[in-house]
Design a protein around this ligand. Structure first.
Ligand code: HEC
Ligand code: HEC
Length: 175
């Protein structure tokens, strides 16, 4: 009789344990479900594309724009970011799969596809209307602070940008 009365609680407890296990499993993986932008699971991505600047999440540009970037890594915004063939292809694949116009894109990402300005130069996340909209209250002098330097330095303020995290509570503007 005692056991029968406990039974609902056991079920509830089991459900709770399973839920918590699910949450921690999500955080342990690289592709954090709480991140604004999903990141490729393979550390190769951050290693190759996060050495000179923030490793920009695939969801920050469209697939076509990423192809434009990856087609000429030798002339990369004034720098040489060349990769060997297989590495370039692997990274291009992740960028296309997670792009702002890929089938699984979130609403936030889709806003990038709607607004990115078309340009003959290499595309810039910082030129998109989404970027400008999200940062329109930032006084101009902040961008040039020593610890920031330029708008493309996302990680200076979004302290977990290399994990695709741009949440409000993970922003810290350097003084
Ligand atoms: C050797 C250094 C170097 C490496 C490696 C590198 N980049 Fe860059 N990247 C730069 C520089 C320099 C800029 C221009 C920064 C600026 O003017 O704000 C830039 C800018 C960018 C921008 C435009 C940012 C914006 O919105 O203004 C994108 C997108 C980008 N890089 C993607 C990549 C990807 C993808 C990889 C990996 C395949 C990569 N980069 C690897 C040096 C590098
Ligand atoms: C000078 C600091 C700074 C830099 C550099 C910066 N941001 Fe931000 N970003 C902010 C602040 C502050 C907010 C607003 C947070 C809030 O909503 O209160 C924000 C908001 C955002 C948001 C909206 C988040 C949300 O969930 O609503 C996105 C997305 C974002 N930034 C992306 C970027 C990207 C991508 C880069 C680099 C290309 C970048 N930011 C560079 C300070 C910065």
């Amino acid at each position: 009789m005692q056991w029968l009365r406990l039974h609902p609680y056991i079920t509830l407890l089991t459900a709770l344990v399973l839920t918590l296990a699910g949450i921690s499993a999500g955080q342990a993986g690289f592709d954090d479900s709480h991140a604004r932008f999903a990141m490729p699971q393979d550390p190769l991505f951050v290693k190759e594309c996060g050495g000179c600047h923030t490793a920009y999440a695939p969801g920050l540009l469209t697939a076509g724009e990423w192809r434009q970037v990856m087609d000429d890594l030798q002339n990369h915004y004034g720098d040489d970011a060349s990769l060997d063939g297989p590495t370039r292809l692997a990274i291009l694949r992740w960028l296309e799969e997670g792009a702002a116009d890929a089938p699984g894109a979130t609403r936030l990402m889709r806003r990038i596809t709607e607004t990115t300005a078309k340009s003959k130069d290499l595309p810039r996340i910082t030129a998109s209307r989404l970027f400008r909209h999200e940062h329109d209250e930032m006084p101009g002098y902040v961008w040039t602070r020593k610890a920031i330097g330029r708008k493309s330095n996302c990680g200076a303020c979004h302290i977990r940008a290399n994990a695709g995290r741009y949440d409000e509570d993970e922003v810290k503007i350097p003084r």
